[in-house]
Design a protein around this ligand. Structure first.
Ligand SMILES: *Cc1c(COP(=O)(O)O)cnc(C)c1O
Length: 361
């Protein structure tokens, strides 16, 4: 069976070494030694000022939004082409997601459409660097500056991806990462909030920990967003392999590229902006029609190969979203498929996937 992804696991003996130290210390959570060490290493790896390791990418988004202390009824401009957590977090925090359609080439929020969507209630722009393809960072920044808006990037897919030589997560007022098992770098469950702004960082540090100011005092309202020593240990064990992991995925993607795009014109790939460096976390391809996609998918499934329709449906079609039709996102969502991509995927298997796709046309 070939799924869309398989979790990367470090050698068990390496994880066990961390477990032994955790058993010795008896300290399992609440800002322990491995949480601190992981945050320190990630800060260096990503080249950012502040990073907070939290329980998952969704709580990272929610704390990021909460940290801005927005007035009631605020509107947040966001992308309809992302995972559901991008939209649901906005609503969970009590704000209104206002979709702006995507650029059909990069699949990210189209900056040309943003200004039309801005109202007096707009306070934040929350785009996603979907599949690790960067948004138009310069244009979004310019608009945010003009209208005095904050930018939160959903960078759940971006670990190891770069833009103009810097980590993609170093842009925006706040960025978040997901370290879920299905992501390129994982801590089983986990995520991070990243910022270079000290004021925001101070706020996030108490929001993550019940609002605590020491043992018996509180800065304000908070939630439990802390992650554990066992999760941090998985991160430390995995971090050692991230370079190898990305390099290996790059080779797999190149092999797919050779097969799918050298002679055939059947499929389209999203476009990467100049200055961008992928982390090869996904391999998305766009079909000429949904009918063709379903035909190819069914042929692959018959051979026990299971790509995924990331991201389908377009978030503008969620049952709790009303009257926000996004034609480009809905069209792309109906035609896009992520092909299998993981550490141990073999050349032979890729060749087989390719020949099934080719025959299905
Ligand atoms: C995975 C993902 C999230 C949520 O992360 P979790 O760690 O699973 O909570 C948010 N946004 C995007 C784009 C994602 O793919």
């Amino acid at each position: 069976m070939i799924p869309v992804t398989k979790t990367f696991l470090p050698p068990l003996s390496e994880y066990q070494k961390y477990l032994e130290k955790i058993w010795q210390s008896g300290w399992l959570t609440n800002n322990g030694q491995f949480v601190k060490r992981l945050e320190k290493k990630l800060k260096k790896y990503l080249g950012v000022k502040y990073i907070f390791f939290v329980t998952n990418g969704t709580i990272a988004l929610q704390i990021a939004i909460k940290s801005l202390g927005l007035p009631k009824n605020s509107e947040i401009i966001t992308t309809p082409f992302s995972y559901v957590a991008t939209t649901s977090s906005i609503i969970w925090e009590g704000y209104k997601p206002v979709f702006v359609d995507i650029d059909p080439d990069t699949l990210t929020l189209n900056p040309e459409f943003i200004e039309k969507a801005i109202t007096r209630k707009t306070k934040v722009i929350l785009p996603t660097h979907v599949f690790g393809f960067p948004c138009n960072i310069e244009k979004i920044k310019k608009i945010a500056k003009k209208y005095n808006l904050k930018i939160i990037y959903d960078g759940a897919h971006t670990f190891g991806a770069k833009y103009k030589g810097k980590a993609l997560t170093s842009y925006g007022d706040i960025s978040i990462l997901s370290f879920h098992t299905t992501k390129i770098f994982h801590t089983v469950e986990g995520g991070a909030i990243i910022t270079n702004d000290k004021k925001i960082a101070d706020k996030i540090s108490f929001l993550r920990n019940f609002g605590h100011n020491g043992l018996y005092d509180y800065f304000g309202l908070g939630i439990n967003g802390k992650n554990s020593e066992l999760h941090a240990a998985m991160g430390l064990a995995n971090l050692k392999y991230i370079k190898k992991n990305i390099e290996n995925r790059r080779k797999i993607c190149n092999h797919y590229n050779q097969l799918l795009f050298k002679n055939d014109q059947n499929l389209i790939k999203p476009k990467l902006l100049p200055g961008a460096e992928l982390n090869y976390s996904y391999y998305p391809v766009i079909f000429p029609s949904e009918i063709q996609l379903l035909k190819t998918l069914s042929k692959l499934n018959q051979s026990d190969i299971y790509p995924r329709r990331y991201f389908y449906p377009s978030l503008s079609n969620l049952p709790y979203i009303k009257d926000q039709k996004m034609p480009i996102s809905e069209n792309i969502a109906s035609r896009i498929l992520c092909l299998p991509l993981y550490y141990r995927l073999k050349k032979k298997e890729i060749n087989n996937i390719y020949s099934i796709i080719k025959q299905s046309f």
